[in-house]
Design a protein around this ligand. Sequence first.
Ligand SMILES: C[S@@+](CC[C@H](N)C(=O)[O-])C[C@H]1O[C@@H](n2cnc3c(N)ncnc32)[C@H](O)[C@@H]1O
Length: 503
Amino acid sequence: MSRAPWIIDFGAFHGQDARFYLEKGFLVLSVEANPSAAAKAFELNQAYAKAGRFRLLNIAIDTAPGEIDFFVHDHGDWSSAEKNTRFTAENSKVIKVSATPASEIFRIYGIPYYVKIDIEGRDIEVIRAICSLPEKPLHVSYELGASTVIASEMLHKAGYTEFSLSPQGNHGKLVAPNPPLEGDFVEFRFTGYHSGPFGREVPDGWYGREELLEKIAAIDHSKGLGRWWDVHARLREPEHDSYVHFSRSPFVEEKSMPCELVLEQDQENRGVAGGGKNPASEQRIADKHQQLNIPHLAAAVHDVAKDWKAAKYYDDAEASIDSQWNRFIWPSINCCSFDYVVDLACGHGRNTAKLAEISKKVVAIDVNSENVEYCTERFRSRENVIVRQTDGTTLAGVPDEVVSLVYCFDAMVHFDSDVVREYIKEIRRVLRVGGHAFLHHSAMDKNPVGSFRNNPGWRNYMSPSLMAHWANKSGLSVANQVMLDWRGDGVVLDCLTFLKRWK
Ligand SMILES: C[S@@+](CC[C@H](N)C(=O)[O-])C[C@H]1O[C@@H](n2cnc3c(N)ncnc32)[C@H](O)[C@@H]1O
């Protein structure tokens, strides 16, 4: 398995290309920006996902991480981050989607054998990323379009010396070679939604760049079917078996991005999310105060909160935020929208300060009035930061369905599990559709009846599966969970859970 060849399929649409590659025996990582197309692609290849052979990232490719406008066209496979003359108010709508540079996907998942690119107007961004990779995929294909000549020049300079032009409009007639030249033989009927054969099976053979440009110039654009072509490029074949050479695969190592669709997340969770508005926040907060009359919940809040008033912790922690942010916080959250962020349990505001640099608005919340006062002073001159006090279980004062990211680092690890449960309900209340929660919590599932003070790092009783269970019950999907082994000694105390509200 570790030597299996694999493919990145940029622009998966409904997953038809991925299906062809999977049937040929390749592993596939698909990337699709349009959430509804991504869901269809996942459904089509679900059996392969279950078998660990198919993964899918619901994310757009852009030059920088963040959130971008994405134009969904009624003619689904024309949907694009680039709005062109095909788009009118009648035939399209604009949605917000998370975006990442293609280089980030290669960095996280490694280098595949073949990269298929069909992302309507942004193919050049992926090609640019490929050209700067120290180790490159053997095969690349992209759609013929405005940037074809420049793309072929970039690829040529980067070592792709052989090219091929492949028709997309009439490849239904193509018969795959048997015995196969790539992977297994499959009797496959291509439609206009398939990129078709790749690698050693390209129908037109391989030639130099000059010949490619001549062939492109000779295309008769008056014929309807002549409109769609793919350009294939390949590095000079290595002497040894190329599949073995390109051995790193996203399916072997536990790597993933928060935008990945996972099996657990889909149908059941989306069903639970159910639509319908939550009760008004004021009422909920009133209910919560009622709830805090439940002695054990109030006691659970107080028992943890009292340790974090003027602790020396804050000065030490301030010094380590940059390295923690760079090592594992930013890579986990960089595809989120930073429109409206809640920093839950802000302490003296070291996370708030980082978030304030990149967010339109940050609401910093803490249970202790000492911390609220400290942060109010610290962020007095920052117009995009508001500081609020909570009763210890609510996101007090944050309206329903407005937040793009709820962030909680180095605090929930100490919370009583009942308090975590309450916050999850609140997170669901405040998150808008498509919003995320980044929660650093305890994975300490030992000592279930003892005091958290007897646990390493005062971690409270909690577990990744409890988090997933409660999130699911509240209508949130687990996009990713990463275990943290702080000291590198194999002892896992914490978990970073990344939740998404799908609907
Ligand atoms: C270890 S400090 C971390 C502060 C900050 N997140 C950081 O990384 O520097 C824990 C924080 O959790 C806050 N806290 C404890 N219980 C809380 C609760 N139930 N609700 C909100 N904040 C709470 C404390 O006041 C304190 O600010």
